[in-house]
Design a protein around this ligand. Structure first.
Ligand SMILES: [Fe+2]
Ligand SMILES: [Fe+2]
Length: 316
């Protein structure tokens, strides 16, 4: 993997920026430039996530792999910004990163620092599934232009490596080996735990408007039936349910949220609270997989699940 990470590096100047965009309506141009402007912000956030992963791992090879991922994400941010400029043909208005994205980014980076390894990893995998499988692909289809297509092909090549390692880390954090290590770790003091809890709840509070503005709202147009988004959330849920025992805190957290949301008595009362706590819309909090899909996922290796997530990029 490390060899592949090093071999497949590229730079924005590898792309030919000399062409001109297809003609489009004012509405389309504004929407597309805004999407790429936000994508640049998301990619910068992704680079901060991998900085965190790099800090947490001890294995020198994993550290080196994550170092290349940080570079990948910074390059994606740069590419997205250049795409925004490329499609900003008429300068209809001044484009800025969405307010909710900016507000979320700052608290997210702080919160993730305090999260336990497996919780941080669960957020990262979910983010990549949403971005990589649902959002990126839909943006590219919507733009329907050669420049975007060429850039996305290179970005996707990098994202495939990210997904593979994200799943690899999920397997590690669910392992007995990791569980044993946790037992040896000194317990956090009350002050640290209180601080972690407070940044976490602030992050969740900011997560909902961010997910709504940056993922859900654009996707209403790009993916009107929500098929791709639902598929991405389903993969994240299955990953959280993969192990039969829910030992780790994140798995316990998502499982209890889902159970509360599906409870017919609690749902009308606590529905809103659960939605805000989980950071996602009600459609995606409900259980999206069938019993058969869960049994199947539990019988598969993490590697096979990662491959399947990657294959989904080619489907509709
Ligand atoms: Fe990326
Ligand atoms: Fe990525």
């Amino acid at each position: 993997m490390l060899e592949q990470c090093r071999r497949d590096q590229w730079s924005v100047s590898d792309l030919d920026w000399s062409g001109s965009p297809r003609s489009m309506s004012r509405e389309d141009e504004e929407q597309i430039v805004q999407l790429f402007t936000d994508m640049a912000g998301i990619e910068r956030l992704a680079s901060a996530m991998f900085r965190e992963q790099e800090r947490r791992v001890e294995d020198p090879r994993l550290k080196a792999i994550f170092a290349t991922f940080i570079r990948d994400e910074i390059r994606h941010a740069q590419t997205a910004q250049m795409l925004a400029d490329f499609y900003d043909v008429h300068h209809f208005r001044h484009y800025q990163e969405s307010e909710s994205l900016r507000a979320f980014s700052s608290v997210f980076v702080e919160a993730i620092h305090h999260l336990s390894d497996d919780v941080a990893n669960a957020y990262i995998v979910t983010g990549e599934l949403l971005l990589d499988i649902a959002l990126l692909r839909s943006i590219d289809d919507h733009v329907g232009d050669a420049m975007s297509g060429a850039a996305m092909r290179l970005i996707n090549r990098d994202e495939s490596r990210h997904i593979a390692i994200d799943y690899y880390m999920s397997a590690y954090y669910a392992s007995d080996e990791y569980e044993e290590k946790q037992k040896l770790k000194p317990k956090l003091g009350l002050k640290e735990r209180a601080q972690a809890a407070s940044t976490f709840s602030r992050m969740l509070y900011r997560a909902q408007p961010f997910i709504r503005d940056v993922f859900l709202r654009p996707m209403e147009k790009l993916d009107p039936r929500g098929k791709r988004l639902r598929a991405a959330f389903k993969r994240s849920q299955l990953l959280g349910m993969k192990e039969k025992s829910a030992r780790r805190p994140f798995t316990r957290f998502t499982r209890s949220l889902q159970a509360g949301f599906e409870n017919p008595v609690l749902r009308p009362v606590l529905g809103d609270v659960f939605v805000r706590l989980s950071g996602v819309g009600p459609d995606f909090l409900a259980r999206l997989y069938t019993d058969e899909e869960l049994t199947r996922a539990r019988g598969m290796s993490y590697e096979a699940l990662a491959d399947e997530a990657l294959e989904a990029k080619q489907e509709n």
